[in-house]
Structure formats: structure tokens, C-alpha cells
Ligand binder design. Structure first.
Ligand code: PGA
Length: 251
């Protein structure tokens, strides 16, 4: 079963409008020769419309960094699926560890966001990952299992195939400490197995599982060579066209 690789850049709370448009154009140019993989960038909300316009004629996908579970209403500070669709946005990052650990989002909230995205036909990237404390306590797989179970609650089989998972160990995000290729592969294989139990083999083999956490030009090739790593979610190294280009063009 071959899964189409997905290389995604999460720009977090970085870049002004001009900087975002410039980087988006540079990413489009850098990836022009790579039509055998999906390339995605996730700018801040303020830059979404301009970035969508900047990459219009290219195959770059533009994602939001979060989405509300409601379509409209009194939800100060939230952005709805309808609003994203209105901008031409068809993908969204959900449950990023910074949303969980800095802003207190829990599995129930993340699950509502995920289901709202699926209902609106927006491709969700569901992020999960253990903290250093949890890993050292030997709780990695239990934590991931509960995040996955919680995140995918009430998600039907037909919808599950459209979810992208991102395994991002919290201790590897922005720290320069990447999980080794063996550590990442072990977890990805476990997640796929778990999906098979939750749904069925076909779903488990269809769902793309990305790795995230200090992905860089010098570790991308070995990560992408692992059988269960179908792509990456990149933070810091996605903010420079040159390093992101090397990641996009993994070998
Ligand atoms: P990083 O971030 O590549 O800077 O570690 C990854 C992420 O948070 O998605």
C-alpha cells in the first residue's frame, strides 16, 4: 500500500503578512519539481487569505493552525470551519502540543474540532505526543492510545480514512532533540496497529502518519526512509525557504 508523502510546515505565530507571502512563493518555487508528494504550509490566521492568493496557481496546500467546532456564534477569538472554507482553506492542524500544553485544550475539545473539520470536508491533521516525563515513566504508548481514542471518538470509519495523524513527542518540539528514526518508527507502527484495532486494516493502511519534532535537513532522509513514516510536520526549519526546500526534496 503506498501512501502519498505529506510535508507540512507549521509557521506557528511567526511572520508578518509580507514575510508570509514571500516565504509561500519561495516554497512554491522550491517545490515545483516535486509533484509526487503533498506540500502544505500553515500560516497564522492573519496571513491565510494572502498566502492562499500567493500560491493559487501551484499545488501547495494551505492549512490553518486551529478551527472552532461551531460554524458561528458567540465564541470570541475562534475561527470557524465555514470561515476557513470561505478563504479556500481545506486543511487544518488540530491538537498541536502547544494548544494542549500552553492553552489547555483537552481531548474532548480536540475531538469536537476534528469532527467539525471532517463535517466541513476540511482535512484534519490530528497531533498527539507524550511529554518527556511521560516517556521516562514508560507511559508513552498509553498516553498516545488515550489521545488517539479521545481525539477520534465518534469518528466513523469512512471519515477516519481522511484523517492525517502527526506524532510529535513534546520533548522533541523546538528543542533540537529529534526522536531517533527507530524511536519514531516504533511509535508509528504502534499507532497503525492501534488504528487497525479501532477501525480495520484498510483504514490503518490508508491513514498517513507524520512525524514532528526538530525535523531538519540533516535528519529528513532517514526519517522518511522508515516504512510507517509518511511525512513530517516541521516548525522551525519550515520558516526558511532553503531548509524547507531540502526537507520537501527528501530522498
Ligand atoms: P519544530 O516544531 O520542528 O520546531 O520542532 C514542530 C511542530 O511543532 O510542529
Amino acid at each position: 500500500m503506498s501512501r502519498r508523502p505529506l510535508i507540512a510546515g507549521n509557521w506557528k505565530m511567526h511572520l508578518t503578512l509580507d514575510e508570509a507571502v514571500q516565504l509561500a512563493k519561495a516554497v512554491a518555487t522550491a517545490s515545483a519539481g516535486c509533484s509526487d508528494r503533498d506540500i502544505m504550509i500553515a500560516p497564522a490566521f492573519t496571513a491565510l487569505a494572502a498566502v492562499v492568493a500567493a500560491v493559487k496557481e501551484t499545488h501547495i496546500l494551505v492549512a490553518a493552525q486551529n478551527v472552532s467546532w461551531e460554524n458561528q456564534g458567540a465564541y470570541t477569538g475562534e475561527i470557524s470551519p465555514v470561515m476557513l472554507k470561505d478563504l479556500g482553506i481545506n486543511s487544518v492542524i488540530i491538537g498541536h502540543s502547544e494548544r494542549r500544553h500552553i492553552f489547555g485544550e483537552n481531548d474532548a475539545m480536540i475531538n469536537r474540532r476534528l469532527r467539525a473539520a471532517l463535517d466541513a470536508d476540511i482535512l484534519p491533521i490530528l497531533c498527539i505526543g507524550e511529554t518527556l516525563e511521560e516517556r521516562e515513566a514508560g507511559a508513552t504508548l498509553t498516553v498516545l492510545e488515550s489521545q488517539l481514542r479521545g481525539g477520534l471518538e465518534q469518528v466513523r470509519k469512512e471519515q477516519a480514512a481522511r484523517v492525517v495523524l502527526a506524532y510529535e513527542p513534546v520533548w522533541a518540539i523546538g528543542t533540537g532533540k529529534t526522536a531517533s528514526k527507530e524511536q519514531a518508527q516504533e511509535v508509528h507502527a504502534f499507532l497503525r496497529q492501534f488504528l487497525e484495532g479501532l477501525y480495520e486494516k484498510n483504514i490503518a493502511e490508508t491513514v498517513r502518519i507524520l512525524y514532528g519534532g526538530s525535523v531538519k535537513p540533516d535528519n529528513i532522509d532517514e526519517l522518511m526512509a522508515q516504512p510507517d513514516i509518511d511525512g513530517v510536520l516541521v516548525g522551525g526549519a519550515a520558516l526558511k525557504a532553503e531548509s524547507f526546500k531540502r526537507i520537501i526534496c527528501f530522498r
